[in-house]
Ligand binder design. Structure first.
Ligand SMILES: [Zn+2]
Length: 427
C-alpha cells in the first residue's frame, strides 16, 4: 500500500490534455478536438486514485481517519475504494472541467499532507515545494492575518443560497469548489462570500445524530448553541468584527470538518459554544462556567488559547452572575482549564484539532432546571452573546490578559463524537 503512493503521485503528473483520450466512441479522435469518453474515464479513475491516496494519508498520519470508509488498521485503510461507476450522458467540456477542478483541489489536499508531514516533498509531486503559503490551499495552512486580502480575491468561506457554511477551495468559471459540512468536495454556483473572518463561531453538536445535552424543559443543546451563535454573530457584526460559522443550521458536521473550516478561514480565533450536562456537585451560588483551552505541551497551556479562554470566562461569569433566581450548578474545578485524556493530550477533539487559537465554552448546566429555563430566554441569549463578544473583541484588539487557567488539568476521556454525516442541501 505504501509503495502505491509513489505510483499515484506519478499518475498525477501524467494527466493528458482533454483531447488525448483514445477511445472517443466514434473511432476518430482527431477530426475535432471534442471531449472524449476516454478523457472522462481517465479523470474518473484519477479522482478515484486520489481519493484512495488521500485515505492512505489519512490513515498513515492519523488525520481525519474517521473520514475513511471502513476505518484504518495499522496505518492503512481497511477497505479498498470501489472503482468509479460508468459515465452517463454525453462527454462535454463542462463535465471535463468539473473533473479537472476536482483533481486540482484533491492535489492541493494531498500536497498539504506532503508538506505537513515532509513526505514525498522532494519529488515533483509538490510543484513549488513546501514553504509558507505553498501549497496555497492546504488543510493545515494558516496564513498570518496580515497576508490575507481585506476584500476581493478568493473568499475563505461562503454561505450558500440555502444558508450552509462551507470552506472555499477554488474558484471556477461556474462558481466555487468547496469543502462541504461532511468533508466532501462539491461545486456551488454562488453564495455570500466571507472574505476575511476574524473569528469562527462553532455551535456545538447539530443534526440528527448529535443532539448534545437536553434540558428538563425539552431544550436541546444543539438548538441552544445555534441560537446563541446567531445572537453572537449579530453582536459581532454590530462591532464590525467579521465572523464565520462552522454550522449555520441543524445539520451534521464532524469535528474534523469544523476544525478544517476554522483553519481554512484564516481567522484569528475559534470559539466553540456548548452547554453542560449533569454534574454530581450541585450548588455554589455562581455560574459553573467551564472553559477548555489548548495545550502547548503536556505540562503547559498554549498562551493565546489561554488568554482567549480567560477573557471568555471573566466576561461570561460576570454577565451570568447578574441573573437572579438561578440555582447554579458547578463542579469544584469550574473555571478555565485544560482537559487531558489519560494519554495526557488534549481530550476534546474540538480543542485538539484546530491550529488557530481555540476555546470551548460550557456556559452553564442545561441539565439543571433553573438554568435550562434561563437559557430558553432571549434575555439570556443577548447577555451571553454580549459577554462573549466583549471577550472576543478584547482578545482581538487588546492585550488584556484574562483569568488565569486552573493549575491542575482535569483528566477525562470523553466518548467519541458521532461521525455519521448526511450532507445538507447546499443550493
Ligand atoms: Zn456540548
Amino acid at each position: 500500500m505504501i509503495a502505491a503512493f509513489a505510483g499515484v503521485a506519478c499518475l498525477l503528473l501524467a494527466l493528458p490534455p482533454a483531447s488525448a483520450g483514445q477511445e472517443d466512441g466514434r473511432g476518430q479522435a482527431d477530426a475535432e478536438p471534442a471531449v472524449t469518453l476516454g478523457a472522462i474515464k481517465f479523470r474518473d479513475e484519477l479522482i478515484s486514485a486520489q481519493e484512495a491516496l488521500l485515505n492512505g494519508y489519512r490513515c498513515r498520519f492519523g488525520v481525519d481517519a474517521e473520514q475513511v470508509e471502513g476505518g484504518c488498521e495499522d496505518g492503512l485503510p481497511k477497505q479498498a475504494l470501489p472503482a468509479p461507476g460508468p459515465f452517463e450522458g454525453s462527454p462535454s467540456q463542462g463535465a471535463l472541467n468539473r473533473r479537472d477542478r476536482l483533481i486540482a483541489a484533491q492535489a492541493q489536499m494531498l500536497n498539504a499532507f506532503r508538506c505537513r508531514y515532509d513526505y514525498h516533498t522532494s519529488s515533483s509531486a509538490v510543484p513549488r515545494g513546501c514553504s509558507v503559503g505553498t501549497p496555497s490551499l492546504s488543510l493545515d495552512f494558516r496564513p498570518e492575518p496580515a497576508s490575507l486580502p481585506n476584500s476581493g480575491g478568493l473568499p475563505r468561506m461562503l454561505v450558500t443560497s440555502l444558508g450552509v457554511s462551507v470552506a472555499v477551495l477554488a474558484e471556477t468559471v461556474n462558481g466555487y469548489v468547496v469543502l462541504t459540512p461532511c468533508g466532501n468536495f462539491a461545486e456551488v454556483s454562488a453564495g455570500t462570500p466571507i472574505h476575511r473572518p476574524r473569528v469562527v463561531i462553532d455551535p456545538g453538536h447539530g443534526g440528527r445524530y448529535d443532539i448534545g445535552a437536553r434540558g428538563p424543559n425539552g431544550l436541546a443543546e444543539k438548538d441552544l448553541n445555534l441560537n446563541l451563535a446567531h445572537a453572537l454573530f449579530e453582536e459581532l457584526a454590530r462591532r464590525e468584527i467579521p465572523a464565520a460559522f462552522t454550522r449555520t443550521g441543524d445539520y451534521d458536521i464532524p469535528l474534523s470538518v469544523r476544525a478544517t473550516f476554522a483553519d481554512l478561514s484564516g481567522a484569528e480565533a475559534l470559539v466553540s459554544l456548548h452547554h453542560n450536562a449533569p454534574t454530581s456537585r450541585i450548588g455554589g451560588g455562581e455560574p459553573g462556567t467551564e472553559v477548555y483551552i489548548q495545550s502547548e505541551s503536556r505540562d503547559r497551556p498554549r498562551a493565546d488559547s489561554s488568554r482567549l479562554g480567560g477573557l471568555l470566562y471573566e466576561e461570561s461569569v460576570a454577565a451570568l452572575s447578574g441573573f437572579d433566581g438561578v440555582e447554579w450548578a458547578s463542579r469544584y474545578d469550574a473555571g478555565v482549564m485544560r482537559v487531558l485524556s489519560s494519554e495526557r493530550s488534549d481530550a476534546y477533539g474540538m480543542i485538539r484539532r484546530p491550529k488557530l487559537p481555540t476555546a470551548l465554552m460550557e456556559y452553564g448546566y442545561l441539565s439543571n432546571p433553573t438554568e435550562a429555563d434561563l437559557f430558553a430566554t432571549g434575555e439570556y441569549l443577548r447577555e451571553a452573546a454580549r459577554a462573549t463578544a466583549n471577550a472576543i473583541e478584547a482578545f482581538l484588539n487588546t492585550d488584556r490578559p484574562g483569568a488565569k487557567p486552573n493549575t491542575t488539568p482535569r483528566i477525562f476521556d470523553p466518548s467519541r463524537a458521532p461521525t455519521r454525516c448526511d450532507e445538507p442541501a447546499l443550493e
